[in-house]
Design a protein around this ligand. Structure first.
Ligand code: GLN
Length: 305
């Protein structure tokens, strides 16, 4: 009987092979990708790959890695393949129900945190977030601002479910009220109370720019979390329109914006009577966050019934 020789791979050999292969195919962050996929397949920490460099992989381990690796080859984002992502040091579950949290969104959270620092420690700070996604922003704020009480809304039931699950695993679920609400619906639905701060990372990619995004984003991430299917400013406009109904006098609005959008969003805020409008760059130097103080003449929703 002819015994077919099956190649045995060590961790080191497999990593080198996969990194070179991905490199050749033009993928980015190849080492990180392979580390994440292989440690997921082996059920270990990334660092343990390097402490077991010469360990031969079993057939099962190799098969597990291969099936993850094949998903990456067709451009599925690594975070969806392994089902988790890191945001401000928090490990969050991610799936295609919500956007994968982006590092630039940390700048948005940091700006809110800076303002919160100015408040008295024993005073509650009420925050409303429009667009929960995976829950990243609401969870980070609840985690790092001890006196924050957060309401976070999203129009996707699947996103809300994911965000709630993440809040539980990060142990902040008692401080966040996730609600299934569409911010384009009539305003009375949103009128739960008056908030100190409104924060949002809305879908701000224009329909046109969406076409030019990578396969990773276009094929796998939820389209409605990325684009307004129009000029990219629809949601900012709606947020600015809603703010006087949602915030107390002189409440603050923090929104994330796309490359080149900060001026326009700032102008939109000023036109609507916002004061103290400024933008803040992310770590790449892109103006990423626009902040404004809501006009003091807070508006009430008049119930017509
Ligand atoms: N809060 C989420 C995030 O920042 C959702 C963003 C979105 O769906 N546009 O990633």
């Amino acid at each position: 009987m002819i015994q077919q020789k099956v190649r045995v791979w060590t961790v080191r050999e497999l990593m080198k092979f996969a990194i070179d292969h991905l490199e050749k195919l033009g993928f980015e962050e190849t080492r990180l990708t392979v580390e994440l996929l292989l440690s997921h397949a082996l059920g270990c920490q990334r660092i343990q790959l390097y402490t077991s460099f010469d360990k031969p992989l079993t057939k099962e381990e190799l098969a597990r890695f291969r099936s993850l690796y094949e998903r990456r080859l067709v451009h599925e984002p690594v975070q969806y393949i392994v089902g988790s992502s890191n945001f401000m040091g928090l490990q969050l579950r991610v799936d295609p129900a919500a956007l994968i949290p982006r590092p630039e969104t940390e700048t948005l959270v940091e700006q809110v945190m800076l303002l919160c620092k100015e408040s008295e420690e024993n005073e509650e700070i009420s925050i409303i977030e429009l667009g929960s996604g995976s829950g990243n922003i609401a969870i980070a704020l609840a985690k790092f601002v001890k006196n924050a009480a957060v309401v976070s809304v999203d129009n996707s039931p699947d996103a809300i479910e994911l965000a709630r699950e993440n809040a539980v695993s990060c142990k902040v679920d008692s401080r966040i009220d996730f609600r299934l609400i569409d911010m384009f619906e009539p305003v009375d639905q949103l009128l739960l109370k008056r908030f100190d701060i409104l924060v949002s990372n809305p879908p701000y990619i224009s329909k046109e720019d969406w076409e030019g995004l990578s396969t990773e984003v276009k094929r796998y991430e939820p389209r409605s979390a990325l684009t307004d299917f129009k000029d990219g400013y629809e949601c900012h406009q709606r947020i600015i329109e809603l703010a006087p109904y949602l915030l107390r006098n002189n409440g603050a609005v923090f929104v994330e914006v796309g490359y080149g959008q900060s001026k326009e969003v700032g102008t939109m805020m000023r036109k609507s009577g916002f004061s103290d409008v400024y933008s803040v760059p992310d770590l790449q130097g892109v103006q990423r966050v626009v902040k404004g103080t809501c006009p003091s003449n807070v508006r009430s929703f008049v119930n017509n019934n």
